[in-house]
Design a protein around this ligand. Sequence first.
Ligand SMILES: Nc1ncnc2c1ncn2[C@@H]1O[C@H](COP(=O)(O)OP(=O)(O)OP(=O)(O)O)[C@@H](O)[C@H]1O
Ligand SMILES: [Mg+2]
Length: 323
Amino acid sequence: MNDSGVVVEGVEKSFGEVRALRGVDFTAAQGEVLGILGPNGAGKTTTVNILSTLIAPDRGRAQVAGHDVVADPAAVRRSIMLTGQFAALDDMLSGYENLVMFGRLMGLRKPAARARADELLAEFDLVDAAGRRVGTYSGGMRRRIDIACGLVVRPDVVFLDEPTTGLDPRSRQGVWDLVSSFRKHGITTLLTTQYLEEADALCDRIIVIDHGVVIAEGTADELKSRTGGSYCEVVPLRLEDLPAIAAALGPLLPEESRAALTPDSDRIALPAPEGAKTLAEALRRLDSSGVELVDIALRRPSLDDVFLQLTGHLAATETGAAE
Ligand SMILES: Nc1ncnc2c1ncn2[C@@H]1O[C@H](COP(=O)(O)OP(=O)(O)OP(=O)(O)O)[C@@H](O)[C@H]1O
Ligand SMILES: [Mg+2]
């Protein structure tokens, strides 16, 4: 089971006094895109560094693609791709030459390494820049050649530590497409991000880490429904109709929502535990009351709401975290 996935059990890691990881547990199935979410200093990079054998755990067990990170780090390294903070790109070489060099390092013969380099340059839209020294590349191009180098030989597991931080929208879309292609190829992907909409769009499952422990996990939808679920928002054309709306909604509007109405309110929000069914019932009641509405809609909590509730602070949209 989980041969090409990731298993993490009770992993702890301290740096001197700092307890970066205090017992992290999670799994990622083969081919799954797992989002690792958490505020600054939560322990995301430490987790990725342990799984990619850059640092050793103090306690606990971690397996990547069936190999133990402590007992067999060499096998783990052969199974993974890591991008981001530690690119081993040679600035003096061209993009093409870097790719060929990586292929040779991975044991490919020269013709195979050249053919693979050409494929990857095309896939990453770097054909025009292929002959230029990597030292002259823009940040986004560097990121792409970095990722391409890691794909010279197909990995079982990919680690992307904040791959889109600081990228422009076009380059960001490129990384998103790449993650989709990993999924298509059955590659397991662990993606740390501070962009909640990114986790929402890309990840099959999300774990939220805070202060070195996993505090929640599930699909984006599961996490959202944990935060009170959907609600229905009603905006009247005339503010003086609010009391009439409250009356028309009757039992749909709980006492606390009724009590939350103030003279400043310009809308009414009611819980919609049954989603569209609640919306339809509200609409039916309001329709027969004859009140004119500007808007009535079903709203879902965002991943931001979830994150805020779980960690007590919003994800920072920091830039330039990855050097
Ligand atoms: N080499 C180190 N020496 C000392 N402390 C460290 C070291 N690496 C990480 N830490 C500390 O461990 C904790 C977890 O850091 P980590 O880099 O894993 O967080 P993160 O979730 O990746 O944060 P960010 O979102 O800022 O990248 C932090 O308190 C950090 O200061
Ligand atoms: Mg980090």
